[in-house]
Design a protein around this ligand. Structure first.
Ligand code: TYD
Length: 206
């Protein structure tokens, strides 16, 4: 089973993925927890390029391709082999992040063009289950700020994240069998309990 977690800033994806992976391991499943961009030696090098604040000249097309390069490596090197061994893969962000951020967020390149690149990068591998940890933009950015990150909360930034959130909800709407939208407003334990409930209900033999 291939599970991905998606959502905008401050939704708690990363800690929720870790707790979910740990829970499934304790149930005896062979769980691989990974993240995007990164997750492989090559992918982590690409992540460093994407995260480097000196790379201000980076073009949106370059950014999209770098995310896909990291993803292609992760799919072939890590995700497919683990699924082939009948393991569970939990991935903190995946293809839908590109559609939401580079597609709906920036709105400069038609979503269908981006979708084609994503499909090329993944070789068509789609998650079996994708959680959207949905959160009001202001709440998410405030949570992130409490974590120590810089946050100017200007209108441009707010609108960008609002488009991302709306984009995610649109993606979930398009594929309701794959997506489960979880309200990320409640406390950590409540959200985690919901993730566990959904996963257990879908695992064969659980
Ligand atoms: P990260 O430090 O992992 O933050 P988060 O906890 O929000 O996941 O940074 C990942 C950033 O990269 C995040 O802002 C989302 C962005 N991103 C894209 O824009 N497109 C993508 O395809 C992926 C995988 C991530």
């Amino acid at each position: 089973m291939f599970i991905t977690l998606e959502g905008s800033e401050g939704c708690g994806k990363t800690t929720q993925s870790q707790a979910l992976a740990e829970f499934l391991r304790q149930k005896g499943y062979d769980v691989l927890l990974t993240r995007e961009p990164g997750g492989t030696a090559i992918g982590e090098q690409i992540r460093a390029i994407l995260a480097n604040p000196h790379n201000t000249a980076m073009q949106l097309r370059t950014e999209i391709l770098l995310f896909q390069a990291s993803r292609a490596q992760l799919v072939e090197e890590v995700i497919r082999p683990h699924l082939a061994r009948k393991g569970i893969v939990v991935c903190d962000r995946y293809a839908d992040s590109t559609l939401a951020y580079q597609g709906y967020g920036y709105r400069q390149i038609p979503i269908e063009q981006i979708r084609a690149l994503v499909e090329f990068a993944t070789g068509g591998l789609e998650p079996d289950l994708t959680f959207l940890l949905d959160l009001e933009v202001e709440i998410g950015l405030r949570r992130r700020a409490q974590d120590g990150a810089i946050n100017r909360l200007d209108t441009y930034e707010l609108d960008f994240y609002r488009r991302i959130r709306a984009g995610y909800l649109e993606l979930a709407h398009q594929q309701p069998k794959r997506w489960v939208v979880v309200d990320a407003t409640p406390d950590f334990d409540q959200v985690q309990a919901e993730l566990r409930r959904v996963v257990l209900a879908r695992l064969p033999g659980a």
